[in-house]
Design a protein around this ligand. Structure first.
Ligand SMILES: Nc1ncnc2c1ncn2[C@@H]1O[C@H](COP(=O)(O)OP(=O)(O)O)[C@@H](O)[C@H]1O
Ligand SMILES: O=P(O)(O)O[C@H]1O[C@H](CO)[C@@H](O[C@H]2O[C@H](CO)[C@@H](O)[C@H](O)[C@H]2O)[C@H](O)[C@H]1O
Length: 481
């Protein structure tokens, strides 16, 4: 170990500015475009599997403070691979360089892009076979029994994900490294652990996770290792393909085209029902009284008030939205339990063995303490119903752009988009509820759909302004109903 350039803390020599420039370049940094400064950089530990072989890999937590009116601080995880010589193959992942007193300049790269660094990371999970393994400065690797890991497979970074970074190890496992982190158990780990323990086949099995405990004794879940679903196709991509198939057939209805999605929607509804049942068994679940329904309606109203500041077009529909929330406040109770919290088609994977649900982290915009609160399962159902609405509208948007002078063709596409959405929402909901939902469920579902559409107007305004008309039109339909 004495040969390793990272034996002594490097914090004093690290220029925080390098993180500002790097964060702005990444896909996963949530504060892009906002003014911020790096207020602290914590060197939290060396990955143990890299101590004797491979580059030195040192995990860092980067604390930043926003300088706009919204303000606030956030912490991002940036593991770094250190090389004394520049590694040109990693140019795209170069974070910065700084001077080591005894070694001269050390080059730092985002370790997730470096297959050598990731090989060390995998070795750390392999070494944790019998018990949790701690690195020299506090990273702890945990493994669940029942699955052998092969330490010799090649690591490759996934390119599609948004809020975190995932690395695939051969065709066997996938590690998700959480980028924005907060103290406390991450529901992605706890939910996958419980469902894996219960033998669920509706999620990817959890193989292990990595944690770190700070000086105040607060534990952070920083990464999670799980079964790689080799035959998986993203549910969102499949839905878009089905819509395109319908749009390509001028004279056929949704149930007549080869790409009809209704069977898949139905199976998804059944899958969610089973997952919710298991979550009810393995996490606290209870019936809460009228004070809970009033609090729920209050949270929805507060979200709308905040959204009105960002999306003023919502104002004309605010009364109708508030009326939907008032109906929730008037309910005499609500059943709550652990839920997914941010369910949409992009969180579902169709494999050869059926649908799997992924990413139990909850809604990214909410603080952790809110994301782990029990909630009504109708929130998840509403998320899926919104997604069945989104898929045809996205394809419609692309197609209308192509035929923008042809009003008749545009009206026909809008009709067919609604046909697809209606058919798939119904099949999903009927399968989930095993028939008609109760009157209470209908009130909750309508309010959660409205609340999600409001959330989406803000999400799209900030991330994909070209798509904001999709949730705005949904809000308008709620207003007109
Ligand atoms: N176990 C898995 N096997 C194969 N692919 C997966 C697995 N888990 C996630 N993915 C893929 O990675 C993408 C991102 O995963 P997700 O958990 O949603 O990450 P993020 O939190 O970054 O959004 C998913 O949409 C899916 O395509
Ligand atoms: O997957 P994330 O946890 O990052 O979820 C966020 O991003 C989603 C977009 O990828 C967003 O979902 C919205 O767009 C989807 C299509 O891209 C659509 O299917 C969803 O219905 C719609 O809400 C999600 O809301 C946001 O939290």
């Amino acid at each position: 170990m004495s040969e390793n350039p990272l034996d002594r803390p490097t914090t004093d020599h690290l220029d925080p500015q390098v993180f500002v420039d790097y964060l702005e370049k990444t896909r996963w940094f949530g504060g892009k475009g906002r003014p911020f400064e790096v207020t602290a950089v914590h060197r939290i530990g060396q990955v143990p599997g890299c101590v004797d072989a491979g580059p030195a890999v040192v995990d860092h937590l980067v604390e930043l403070t926003y300088g706009d009116a919204e303000g606030g601080t956030e912490t991002y995880q940036v593991p770094l691979a250190f090389y004394v010589e520049a590694e040109s193959r990693l140019d795209h992942a170069f974070v910065g360089w700084w001077e080591e007193p005894d070694r001269g300049w050390v080059h730092a790269y985002d370790a997730l892009h470096d297959r050598e660094a990731m090989a060390c990371w995998l070795r750390s999970f392999v070494a944790a076979a019998d018990d949790a393994v701690s690195g020299p400065t506090g990273l702890t690797f945990h493994r669940l029994p029942g699955h052998e890991l092969d330490p010799d497979v090649t690591a490759s970074l996934f390119s599609g994900e948004q809020s975190n970074s995932s690395v695939k190890f051969g065709e066997d496992s996938i590690m998700k490294l959480f980028r924005k982190v907060t103290p406390g158990a991450n529901p992605d780990v706890t939910v996958h652990r419980a469902l894996t323990g219960a033998g669920s086949t509706d999620v990817a099995a959890l193989y292990g996770w990595m944690s770190w405990t700070d000086e105040q004794g607060e534990e952070y879940h920083l990464a999670m290792l799980q079964q790689f679903l080799r035959t998986a196709t993203d549910g969102w991509d499949l839905a878009l393909t089905s819509v395109r198939d319908l749009f390509a057939e001028g004279d056929l209805h949704a149930h007549e085209v080869g790409g009809d999605f209704a069977g898949e929607s139905e199976r998804l509804g059944l899958t969610l029902r089973v997952v919710h049942e298991l979550l009810r068994e393995h996490f606290p679940a209870e019936r809460r009284g009228p004070e809970a329904t009033r609090a729920l309606a209050g949270a929805m109203r507060a979200r709308l008030d905040a959204a009105l500041e960002v999306v003023p077009e919502l104002a004309q529909h605010a009364d109708a939205l508030r009326a939907a929330y008032d109906r929730v406040a008037a309910l005499d109770g609500v059943d709550v339990q652990q839920v997914h919290g941010d369910l949409h088609l992009g969180q579902t994977l169709r494999t050869a063995k059926g649908w799997k649900i992924v990413d139990f982290e909850g809604e990214p915009a909410k603080p952790l303490h809110e994301r782990v609160e029990p909630d009504s399962p109708w929130r998840d159902v509403a998320g899926m119903l919104r997604s069945f609405d989104y898929a045809p509208r996205v394809v419609e948007k692309q197609s209308v752009d192509l035929a923008e002078d042809d009003a008749e063709a545009a009206a026909q596409l809008a009709y067919r988009a609604e046909e697809w959405a209606h058919r798939n929402r119904n099949h999903f909901l009927t399968a989930y509820a095993d028939g008609e939902p109760s009157d209470e469920a209908k009130v909750l579902l309508a309010a959660y759909v409205a609340d999600k559409a409001v959330y989406e107007t803000v999400y799209e305004t900030r991330n994909r302004p070209g798509w904001v008309s999709i949730p705005l039109e949904a809000v308008a339909r709620i207003g007109a109903a």
